[in-house]
Each structure stands twice: as C-alpha cells, then as structure tokens.
Design a protein around this ligand. Sequence first.
Ligand code: HEC
Length: 177
Amino acid sequence: MERASKHIFAALALILAGSFSITTLAFDWSSVGPNANEESQEEDTPPPPQTEDMIHARGLEQLPNDHWQENNPYRGNAKAVAEGARLFSRVGCKDCHGIKAVSGGTTPDLRKLGPDKDALYLERMRNGSSKGMPSFENRVTQEAMWAIRSYIDVRWAQYNDSDVEWAKNEEFEQYRP
Ligand code: HEC
C-alpha cells in the first residue's frame, strides 16, 4: 500500500470509530436499563379479551375488562366465595396448593395470604413463577381470578381466627376442613 492511501485509510477508520461511539451514546438506554421495569408497570397491559374457552365465574358482577383491579372487588361476597371454592378445584389450584388450601408443604400455604397481599396474588396468577407456578392470564377471566381470591380470603380468615366483618357469614363454615 502506498503511503498516501495508508493515511486515507487511517482517517476513514477514525471517522467510522467516531460515528460508532456517537450512535452508542445516542441510543436510549432507558428502554433496557434497570428503570425499564418500573415504566412498563405504570403502563400495565390490560387483561386479554375474554374468550369462550377461558374458565369463567358464574353469576358475578362483570368487571371492566380494560384494566386489572388492584384489590379484590368481591371480598366477602358469598356468591364469589362459593364460585371461588368451585374454581379452586376446577382450575387445578388444589392439585398443587392442597384441598381447602391446606398446603402439603412443597407449595406456599395460601391460608397465609392476607388481604393485604392482593398485588402478589394477581402477579402470580398473571405471570406464574419460574419455581413451578403456571400462568393463568389467558386461561381464567379476571372475574374468576378474584372469585378464587375471595375463597382464599375466607380460608385466611378462618385459619387465622380473624374477626374481620366481611368473613362473618355462616355460609362460610362449610369451607372449613
Ligand atoms: C403446578 C402447580 C401449581 C398450580 C396448579 C398452582 N400453583 Fe400457585 N404456586 C405454585 C408454586 C410452586 C408456588 C411458589 C412459587 C414461587 O415461590 O416462586 C406458587 C405460588 C402461588 C402464590 C404466591 C404465594 C406466596 O405466598 O408466595 C399464589 C397466590 C398462588 N400460587 C395461587 C395459586 C392459585 C390461586 C392457583 C389456581 C388458580 C395456583 N396457585 C395454581 C404452584 C402451583
């Protein structure tokens, strides 16, 4: 290679390297950085459209399906608790979490899931867990999810001898083991 073309080559290489580092700097790292999660939580995706083959709750007030409820809208509702008890078996929760939500020890005992744990409940139901909990987001309607939650609420109140008003209903006695 001649001297002059070597110089041109080196100059080109420098320009190229320069533009690379500028592109790297200009890239919006916020979309992949540690804050990305927080942002996507704020713009949470709504529940999937409800289809025929999803498992539905019967006879409960419909919820707006454009957003997820943050807290159980049916807590203490006797119809929801009865539906939840049925669905807890029907959907298969009992196969892993035990009959009447009494855990055999290999999965979390849902009787310990107090009413302040709705966010954890919804998170697990929607996304499952890499430790063996499947996702139910596309299999169970939002109404059915909160009905199951209402049943777990009652089992929590019974297990903890809680005197919360919403759990005082003779109908709930049938759910004790
Ligand atoms: C195939 C087994 C399996 C099935 C079916 C299953 N779960 Fe789970 N579940 C698990 C396991 C394992 C964990 C623990 C996951 C972890 O800690 O990451 C868990 C965790 C949870 C938690 C979080 C509890 C806590 O204290 O951390 C909730 C709530 C829950 N399950 C509810 C349900 C409900 C309601 C159903 C039915 C719709 C259900 N699960 C069906 C295995 C299962």
